[in-house]
Structure formats: C-alpha cells, structure tokens
Design a protein around this ligand. Structure first.
Ligand code: ZN
Length: 288
C-alpha cells in the first residue's frame, strides 16, 4: 500500500512586487508578451495567487484531503536588506476577512490547517507559540503540525516546536532537489516520544526542475512503498496559475493520478500521525 500526503505551503495569497520582478525578468529575455502579462496582471492581483477553490476541487475529484500550512510572517521590512523584501513585501494578514474565512472553510470541510512557521521562528520559541496561538484562535482548536518557511531549520528547531506544543513537523527535506534527505524515508521520532517528523520528498519547484519527472516520481513511489513510509508532497498554493507558473498545476494533477494508479491511499498528515500513535499504543500493550 502506498501512503501519500498532499500538503500546501501558503507563502502568499496576492501578487505584489512580482508584477515588476517577473516583468523585468521577461524583458531581459526579450519576451514582451510575458512582460505585458505580468504588468497587466496587477488588475487581478487578488486572484492570480488565490487558488484555494481550485485546489479543493482538484482534490475533491480524487477523494483526497490535504494539509495547508498558513504563514504569519512578521519579518520587518528594511529597504537596505534585500532579503527582507521577499519576506516582508509579499506577506498576507491571516486576519484579513477573506483569508480567515478560507482557513475556516478548509477546516470545516475536512482539510487540515497547519502552521507555516515564519522565517525567524525556527529559532524562536516565542514566535512559534505566538503564531500557533493566533492560528488556533481562527480555527478554534489546537494545531498539530508545522513546516518552517524556506525549510529554515537548525538542530534546535524540533525541540522548540515540541515545546511550543506541536505534535509533528514536516520541514525535513531538500530545498533544491527531490528525494529523501539523509535517506530518512520513514517518519521518525527525534526524541523517542510522540513528536514525529514526516520527511518531505517532493516540493513543486524542485520537481519541476527535475529532467526526468516521471522517472523520479516512479523511483520515489517505489522507495516510499518499500519502506512503508508516507510520500509527502508540497505544492505551494500560489503556484497553480498557468501563466505565472507554467506546468505546475498540470504536474500536480499528474502526480495524484500516478499515485492513484498505484492504488495510493491519500491521508492528511494529522491522520497518519494519529494512526501511528494508535499503533504505538497497541504495540506497547502487546509487549506488556
Ligand atoms: Zn514558505
């Protein structure tokens, strides 16, 4: 049996400075048409990165539910620190009505809501706690899972996440390629307790840059099944617009279809987590 978990990092919900940066990039390539599109898309800035309904419809078609990790970025804007532009300018406010409402709608219709820990939170118990609390106030119940933004992580991060009350993390993975980092395929418990890490094997941009996508997917399906692990896939929610991210939406559907053809069972991470806890409990009972 192949187990698959579909997940989405919600990095941005609205196109902002990308009108200019993407148009500039197109101009440099001499692609006037694309440059024109990007400049003109500001009129639909609220829609181009907003794909929640589309994603729900796709997953509904396959009888799947996924996990959405929402971000509460608080990194301060600094004109002289270009790194801050990306983090700070594209941010969204989860208290904004339409965002709070889609979070509640997803939660109420069977999707899982997790936290996409802000850039600096990998090293801050304070931020982890604060962001978790705010998101929990919106859904009205505890949040179990987290993935750090930019997969920002150090040796202390799991410890802090656990202290902040998270049950699982799914940050473990490569930022520039697909596959299982350090050959850690199965979910693991870094502290030999309930806190679980679900390795992430496929991230959209990495997958799209793989020369032999189908071959890579086949290989990952195989190794996941052989290890009785869970194939965790991360497709950013803003990457479904064909003009802005050519091929991404189609590839996402193809991956689901390929997994379906392998008789996959799609589960949310919280479901697999609960199952693992149940199994562990019965293992212990048997050993007694
Ligand atoms: Zn992110």
């Amino acid at each position: 049996m192949l187990k698959v978990s579909l997940t989405h990092d919600v990095d941005r919900t609205e196109k902002t400075y990308q009108f200019f940066t993407h148009a500039l990039r197109a101009l440099q390539k001499g692609d006037m048409r694309s440059a024109g599109y990007h400049m003109g898309s500001w009129k639909r800035r609220k829609q181009v990165y907003w794909n929640f309904e589309d994603i729900m419809e796709i997953e509904d078609r396959f009888g799947a539910r996924s996990t959405f990790f929402f971000l509460l970025e608080s990194y301060p804007f600094n004109l002289f620190k270009p790194k801050s532009w990306k983090l700070s300018l594209g941010r969204y406010d989860i208290h904004e009505k339409r965002i709070a409402e889609i979070i509640q709608q997803l939660d109420a219709t069977g999707w899982e809501i997790g936290l996409h820990g802000s850039w600096a939170s990998y090293n801050s118990l304070e931020l982890l706690k604060q962001e978790k609390k705010i998101l929990e106030a919106i859904v009205g119940h505890p949040i179990k899972g987290i993935r750090q933004h930019y997969l920002n992580w150090n040796e202390n991060t799991w410890h802090l996440q656990k202290q902040a009350g998270f049950q699982y993390d799914t940050t473990w993975g490569f930022t520039r390629k697909t596959g299982y980092r350090d050959n850690k395929v199965k979910p693991f418990a870094p502290f030999n307790d309930h806190f679980t890490v679900f390795p992430m094997a496929i991230m959209d941009s990495c997958y799209m840059n793989t020369p032999d996508k189908r071959g890579e997917l086949r290989k990952l399906i195989q190794v996941t099944r052989d290890n009785d692990a869970i194939l965790v896939i991360n497709w950013h929610s803003n990457n479904y617009n064909e003009k802005d991210f050519p091929g991404y939406r189609k590839a996402y559907i193809e991956i689901i279809e390929a997994c379906k053809a392998e008789d996959a069972r799609f589960g949310k991470l919280e479901e697999f987590y609960e199952e693992m806890m149940e199994e562990r409990k019965s293992d212990k009972a048997l050993r007694r």
